[in-house]
Each structure stands twice: as structure tokens, then as C-alpha cells.
Design a protein around this ligand. Structure first.
Ligand code: ZN
Ligand code: ZN
Ligand code: FE
Length: 749
């Protein structure tokens, strides 16, 4: 064949629009001396080339633009037309670009212009091109075109328009293109921002998906002040440094972590702290880890550039720099992230000393994504900016629909064809602001996917806002609403992601979800047999008492005390928890069994352990006590006979009793080691009974690295195939995908 002139038609599916694919094809055709054309249509990219096409198809896939994702390429030989030259054709009429890319960090091309004094984009905080810049967060509707974005109000200058229209330019059809002459402007000089930060001030700086609260991460006074102003919130704060060499002085970064941090999505990655890293102690109090991230907007890069003394060129980008900045979401009181300029003035007054904004509106709110290394792989804690709206591939084509998630760490999920579009992290639906964000997200996601749902999925819990919203939506649109049990959804999310066939044993190691059937409905440590649309609860953790219901939620000591009571050691409560306040009331509650709910939650089991060993008796956020306990578990050990398994119920009472009598570190090691061994034994037994070798792990506790790694290793050593979430968080952020999958399986059945 080689040397023959032929003509081929090539269809490319995937994320290939709005990412510079057509100019790339144009360049490739020039490289191989081919004639033909390329265009965008409703299916992706279509092209024809004529000449010696052999190497063209390989290069098409190997050298594709950085932000593209090719799902498949279909090549068909056709008759020669003998045409000369290569053209980029206009999009086919009526065809709508059906994909909006995710936001991407500044590319190398733009960085070299940003720091080149001779370039017209020199030090311009909004530089971008086809390979980088804002996308999802500035786009209102389909198609992804400048008039549909918050760049609509900025008229391109002649230089920008020239680049935008030039098929050979890096900025060809880059919708947000801008320069100092025609684009958005920052409200404060970079020089002043850096001076104020070095002075210990706390600033609110507008980013891609919302405002950040920013301060010098090495200045303890500033960081302590920030915590004070954010109502003494104790959640760990993320830290940004100029580059990987600089980050390596703050955290322990291996190759996988480095690759994860450096992707165009630029997530926060939670990593082990480097000892003596010089960061303010209140960055992540009591924890052995710190969340770090690299700069991703031109503004971020300019801050580090300024601090480095404004060097020309890009060499400085490879050198170590001392500046480290706290970059935390500006979300006062746990409400959604602040995105609007006026809103920033109103809501961040009292937190920030000054507000740095600009005139490019944030259309869609998106927090920074957060990941953690578990078992050598990045695992989502929160999936948002940089990843959304990239779809999750489903095992097959399904009817269009929407799943509305749960109540905490909520996301929603829209299905279209064989793709599932999971929204950015919306958060806890506890405030009016969060409910508005939730409803906006539903509307926006349906709009940008162009989906009219034929079904709607929701949690089994009747009182969740998401459930009520689903029922209203179903009534209004006359479509079926289907309830999916919380932990079934957790397991189904893993089944969908890994395209698992046949029955699996799912372990949902979770906080709380409403159960059904006999016993307590406060589920959260469940063993489920799941096959397609069906599930059966084949086991659960033994019930633990939760005195005062909600009050126990953030008070591990109360659960610890209740467990002591359950173990017949109630007499010890008064002395152990003397400083905790309402001991007498708690004692009476436990004696009379009044207002003491029961729960099978794995999260509460962690709280009980923390309460018994005396780690973090009260917590300022869910998961704080378990995080501390995990940080202390450096050498997990197994307590012989630390558990009992009876008819599918895993009872860890012997372990809990022992925890009351050991020190904090021994307790943390004993708890983790024994829990791993117990869960593995339990799951192995249940999987054997269910006749499956496949075990799916999900639920918030799967983010616990010690537990997750230990459990996976033990189960794999025993011959099981173990699956857990990789493309979505194991916590309730992944629930909507599981609801969607469970519903489409049910509709099929
Ligand atoms: Zn760029
Ligand atoms: Zn311009
Ligand atoms: Fe959950």
C-alpha cells in the first residue's frame, strides 16, 4: 500500500470539539502533504484526506491536542476526488456542538507568552488558548461558542480576532481569547496583591469557579486569623506553591502524585506532610497530611512570578520558590462558594481584608477538586473544577434521565446515550443557598447536555430536599420517579464504573443512609448482594447506640460513652468523660433507653473508637475524629478474637471493649488492624455464600487509606477481585451515578 495515493473518510468520536482538533488536523495534513477537509458536526469530528494516508491515522491518535479525548476513530476508504489543498469547513448547519470541555490550567505556550516582555499578552491575567483556560465555568448554554459564555460582552480586538480566525493559530476558535487591549481586567495590581499577602493580609481572590480566600501559608498569625474569621473552622486548608520542586518541600510527592497534581485539571492532592516544611501549624492541625496544589490560572502564576522578582522567560518556573499560599474555598459557614463580585463584598466582609475581583463573570460555580492517594491511585474526595463535565462511560446505551443524589456532598447525574454526566460537588443541602445551587446545577446540566429526562432517580429518604425535588419534577414532566436505597446506589456506582456483570458483593462502609426492612433504618455498614437492578442486604455491622440522635453526630465521646454502657461498663462514664458537660443527662438517656437510636454505620463505628480511645471527643466537622484516628494508625495490629460474625452480622464489641483500656496510638493501630481483618473475614464469608468472587467497596470510609489499602490487600490475597470508585468519590459524591445505574437496570428488567 505504501506510496499509493488514496482517500479516506475518518470519523472521530470523543471530546474533540472546542479543544483545537480541527487546526490540529489541518497541521497534520500539511505535515503529511495531504489534501482534504475537516469539520465539526453533531457526532464529533468528520474529515477526509487524500494522499499517502498510512501514517496520518496513527499520528491523529498519537499527537492529538492535550485537552482532547478520543473515544474511537472509524476509517473508511472512499473514491478519490482529486481536490487540492486542505480546508477547515464551517460546522454543518443545524449541528450543535454537544460537548463543553472542562476548565484547564494555563498551557506551556501561554506561559511562555505570559512571561515574555515582548509579547502582547505579557503579564496579562486572562491569557488563554485552545489548549487551556476557562470552559465549563463560563458557559451558559450549548453550543459552546463565545456568545454563550461570559466572554460575550468583550469584543475582540483586531489582533485577537485575527488569531481566533486563523486555522493555523493556537487560538483558532478559542472562545475565551482575550488580551490586555480587549479582555477582562483585574481589580488590583498583582504587585499590590503580593505585597499585601506578604504583609500578612487575608485576601479574597476571584478564581475560575469561585473566590478563594488566600493568605501566606508560612505566616501562622495570618492562618490563625483566617481560622478565627471563618468561625474557628478546623478543616485542613489547601496550600499552593509555584511548582513541583517547591511543593516537594511541603509534602511527600511520588511519581503518581506528581502526575496527578500536574494534569490540566490541577486538583488539590492530599499527601503526607514533609517534616519541618515551614508551613504555619494551623494549616492542618493534628493531621499528618496536607492538601497541596499547583497554580492553574494566569493570576496564580503571576503571583509567584511577582514574588520571584518578575524574571523574564520561563526558566524560573522550574526553580524552587519559597512562597506558599493558603488557597481555600470562600464558602462562609459551609454555604456554597462565592462567585459574584457583589456577593463577594457582601458575604466575605469580615473574612477578607480586601477583595480582588475581575469583570469576567463566573457562570457556573465549581470548587477545586480534591484527591487523595489510596492504594497507589488518586481517589476523589471531591470532584469538581477541571473534571466536570467530563462524562463517565456507561456499560451500554441507556434512556436519558437524571439522578438527584442524596443530601450530603451532593452531586446530580444526567445520562445521555452511553454517557453519564455527573455534576460538580454541590455540597450539603442544609442551607437555602445550597438549595439554589442544587436547582441551578440541575437546570444547567440538563441544558448543556441537551437532555429531556425520561426518568428521575432519588434517594429512599422521603425528607431529603433532593427527593422532594425529584417527585415534583416527575409530576411536572409526567415521568417516573424511582427511589434507590442509599447503599445500593453506592455499590451500583462501582458496578457502573467498572462495567461489572453478574452478582457482586458490595461493602458500603459509609456514614448514614436510610435503610428498609427489619431493625434500624440508620444504615451505613452494609454488605449487599447486588445484581443488576436487585439488591439484598446479606449482612451489616452490629448496631451501635446513638444517644441523642443528631447530637451524637459530631460528638464521638457520646457514642463512646453509649458503647461503654452497652458493654455493661456504664459506671465508668462519669469519670472518663467528666469534662464533657451533660454527662448526667446522657447517663439518664442511656439508663432509660430514651432518645437512643441505633445505627449500623461504619462512620459511627469510627466515632465510637475515637470516643473510646479519647481522640477528638468532639468534632467540628464530620469525619474529623476518623481522620485523626487514621493519622495515628501507623502500624495496624490485629486483636485475636476481636470480633464475632453471627448470621451476617459483624460485631466488634470485643475490640471496642479493649479500646477503652489502651492508649491513643495503640488504640488507633488496634482498631484499624482488627477492623481490616474482621471486614475481610466477613466479606469473604458472604461472598462465598453469594457465589461471587467480585467485591465492590464504597462509602465514605473507603477514603480512609489505612482501611482501604489493608482491606483490598487482604481480600486480593484471598483470591477476590476487588473494585472501588476511581472516576468519582467513594462518598456521597458518587451516589447519583449509582442511582442512575440502578434505575436504568430496573427499567431494562
Ligand atoms: Zn494556552
Ligand atoms: Zn485582544
Ligand atoms: Fe453514603
Amino acid at each position: 500500500m505504501s506510496g499509493d495515493r488514496n482517500r479516506i473518510r475518518v470519523r472521530v468520536h470523543g471530546a474533540v470539539q472546542g479543544v483545537g482538533f480541527r487546526p490540529f488536523v489541518n497541521g497534520l495534513a500539511a505535515r503529511f502533504g495531504l489534501s482534504g477537509w475537516v469539520l465539526n458536526d453533531g457526532d464529533g469530528v468528520l474529515l477526509e484526506v487524500e494522499g499517502e494516508t498510512d501514517s496520518f491515522v496513527d499520528a491523529l491518535q498519537a499527537d492529538a491536542p492535550p485537552l482532547s479525548r478520543i473515544d474511537d476513530v472509524v476509517v473508511e476508504g472512499i473514491a478519490s476526488t482529486g481536490e487540492d489543498g486542505f480546508t477547515i469547513r464551517m460546522s454543518q448547519s443545524g449541528a450543535v456542538s454537544t460537548s463543553i470541555p472542562a476548565d484547564a490550567a494555563v498551557c506551556d505556550g501561554c506561559l511562555s507568552e505570559l512571561f515574555d516582555p515582548a509579547d502582547r499578552h505579557y503579564r496579562y491575567p486572562f491569557i488563554n488558548c485552545t489548549h487551556c483556560g476557562p470552559r465549563y465555568t463560563i458557559t451558559k448554554h450549548l453550543p459552546y461558542d463565545r456568545p454563550q459564555t461570559s466572554m460575550a460582552g468583550f469584543e475582540m480586538c483586531a489582533d485577537c480576532a485575527g488569531e481566533y480566525k486563523d486555522p493555523l493559530d493556537r487560538r483558532f476558535h478559542a472562545q475565551p481569547v482575550a488580551c490586555p487591549a480587549c479582555g477582562p481586567q483585574l481589580s488590583m495590581e498583582i504587585e499590590e496583591i503580593v505585597a499585601r499577602l506578604k504583609d500578612g493580609e487575608i485576601l479574597a481572590i476571584k478564581g475560575l469557579g469561585g473566590f478563594h480566600i488566600v493568605c501566606d501559608a508560612r505566616n501562622e498569625d495570618a492562618v490563625a486569623q483566617l481560622r478565627e474569621r471563618k468561625n474557628r473552622e478546623e478543616k485542613p486548608l489547601a496550600v499552593m506553591a509555584a511548582n513541583i520542586v517547591s511543593l516537594k518541600t511541603l509534602a511527600v510527592i511520588d511519581d503518581v502524585a506528581e502526575r496527578t497534581l500536574s494534569t490540566s485539571a490541577r486538583p488539590i492532592v492530599v499527601l503526607p506532610k514533609q517534616s519541618d516544611n515551614g508551613l504555619a501549624p494551623s494549616i492542618a492541625p493534628g493531621l499528618g497530611e496536607v492538601g497541596v496544589l499547583l497554580p492553574y490560572t494566569p493570576i496564580h502564576f503571576l503571583l509567584f512570578h511577582e514574588a520571584a522578582g518578575r524574571p523574564d522567560g520561563t526558566d524560573w518556573l522550574e526553580e524552587p520558590h519559597a512562597l506558599a499560599l493558603v488557597m481555600t474555598s470562600a464558602n462562609p459557614g459551609g454555604e456554597p462558594l462565592v462567585t459574584g463580585n457583589d456577593e463577594a463584598v457582601r458575604r466575605l466582609d469580615g473574612i477578607a481584608d480586601a477583595i480582588v475581583s475581575h469583570d469576567r463573570d463566573i457562570v457556573v460555580r465549581a470548587d477545586d477538586s480534591v484527591m487523595r492517594m489510596v492504594d497507589g491511585a488518586p481517589t476523589f474526595i471531591r470532584r469538581a473544577r477541571g473534571f466536570v463535565p467530563e462524562p463517565v462511560k456507561l456499560p451500554r446505551t441507556v434512556p436519558d434521565g437524571i439522578a438527584l443524589g442524596g443530601h450530603l456532598k451532593t452531586t446530580v447525574c444526567v445520562t445521555r446515550g452511553n454517557e453519564a454526566f455527573v455534576s460538580q460537588h454541590i455540597g450539603d443541602l442544609d442551607t437555602p443557598e445550597a438549595l439554589i445551587f442544587f436547582e441551578e446545577t440541575v437546570d444547567h446540566l440538563l441544558s448543556i447536555t441537551d437532555v429531556t429526562p425520561t426518568w428521575v432517580a432519588h434517594d429512599l429518604h422521603p425528607d431529603f430536599h433532593s427527593t422532594r425535588f425529584a417527585l415534583d419534577m416527575a409530576a411536572e414532566s409526567d415521568i417516573p420517579a424511582l427511589a434507590i436505597q442509599h447503599h445500593h446506589a453506592h455499590v451500583a456506582a462501582v458496578v457502573a464504573e467498572h462495567s461489572l456483570d453478574g452478582p457482586v458483593l458490595g461493602l458500603a462502609l459509609d456514614g448514614f443512609g436510610l435503610g428498609e426492612g427489619e431493625g434500624t433504618h440508620n444504615w451505613g455498614g452494609e454488605a449487599l448482594w447486588v445484581s443488576g437492578a436487585n439488591y439484598r442486604r446479606v449482612g451489616h455491622l452490629a448496631e451501635l447506640p446513638m444517644p441523642g440522635g443528631e447530637a451524637a453526630f459530631r460528638a464521638p465521646w457520646r457514642i463512646g460513652a453509649a458503647v461503654l454502657h452497652q458493654l455493661g461498663r456504664g459506671a465508668e462514664i462519669a469519670e472518663r468523660y467528666a469534662q464533657m458537660g451533660d454527662i448526667n443527662l446522657l447517663g439518664q438517656m442511656l439508663e432509660r433507653g430514651v432518645n437512643v437510636a441505633a445505627s449500623t454505620s461504619c462512620g459511627r463505628l469510627f466515632d465510637a473508637a475515637a470516643g473510646l480511645v479519647g481522640v477528638q471527643p468532639t468534632a467540628s466537622f464530620e469525619g474529623q475524629a476518623p481522620m485523626k484516628l487514621e493519622a495515628l494508625a501507623t502500624n495496624p495490629t490485629v486483636m485475636e478474637n476481636g470480633w464475632r460474625i453471627d448470621d451476617g452480622v459483624l460485631d466488634l464489641s470485643p475490640l471496642l471493649s479493649r479500646l477503652a483500656d489502651v492508649g491513643v496510638e495503640d488504640g488507633a493501630n488496634l482498631f484499624h488492624g482488627t477492623l481490616i481483618a474482621a471486614l475481610a473475614a466477613w466479606a469473604g464469608e458472604l461472598a462465598a455464600q453469594a457465589g461471587t468472587q467480585k467485591i465492590a467497596l464504597s462509602g465514605g470510609c473507603v477514603m480512609n487509606r489505612v482501611l482501604s489499602e489493608g482491606l483490598q490487600r487482604t481480600l486480593r490475597d484471598a483470591g477476590f477481585a476487588v473494585y472501588r470508585p476511581h472516576v468519582l468519590p467513594p462518598n456521597d459524591g458518587g451516589l447519583s451515578l449509582g442511582q442512575a445505574w440502578a434505575v436504568v437496570c430496573r427499567l431494562d428488567a
